[in-house]
Ligand binder design. Structure first.
Ligand code: URA
Length: 179
């Protein structure tokens, strides 16, 4: 539900970008600052993109859902992220469609299951397709996509190094596909 978020967080970046990155929804920091991927997941994403040979400054970065959804265990305590519902993804899909039409990226990096479901449908399973170059019809356009896990899942992983290396390997596939 968008009602408790501070603001709508739209995508940001170069409108001529060859690469579009699609995440899930803004997190706590993004909700405060009004920009996508400026918190811990964004820092990890930037580091991995650079290491993979992709320039974050050249990419257009956005989310499937444009509002932060959260719960609090107690008043004034930390805001804990809650995954968006299909209804929320559907409500935000015209924004994502418009961003795709404006940027016309050559490649989309799909960051996690929510972005995958928003772009490719509810049967999307990130584990089955991560690190592959897919070609799919999305909103009437042929798009090339490389799915990978969400950077937050790397931060949460028990073996963070292995998770990071897997994430980096997927981004290297994207860097090669972009040429
Ligand atoms: N996670 C996301 O999916 N998007 C953001 O912008 C930040 C964290």
């Amino acid at each position: 539900m968008h009602l408790h978020a501070t603001r709508t967080v739209f995508g940001e970046g170069n409108a001529d970008a060859r690469l579009m990155l699609v995440g899930e929804q803004p997190g706590d920091q993004e909700d405060r600052k009004g920009k996508p991927f400026v918190g811990p997941a964004g820092h990890l994403l930037d580091r991995a993109l650079k290491e993979a040979g992709l320039d974050p400054a050249d990419a257009y970065v956005t989310n499937a859902v444009k509002h932060f959804k959260f719960t609090r265990t107690e008043p004034r305590k930390r805001r804990i992220h809650r995954a968006p519902t299909l209804r929320e993804m559907t409500a935000c899909s015209p924004w994502l469609e418009r961003e795709l039409a404006l940027v016309e990226p050559e490649l989309i990096v799909v960051l996690g299951a929510t972005a995958g479901k928003a772009l490719l449908g509810s049967s999307f399973r990130v584990g089955q397709v991560r690190g592959t170059v897919m070609e799919e019809e999305i909103h009437g356009h042929r798009e090339r996509l490389v799915p990978t896990v969400h950077p937050s899942s790397v931060l949460r992983a028990e073996d963070r190094d292995t998770a990071y290396q897997g994430f980096l390997a997927d981004l290297k596939v994207a860097a090669r596909a972009l040429g």
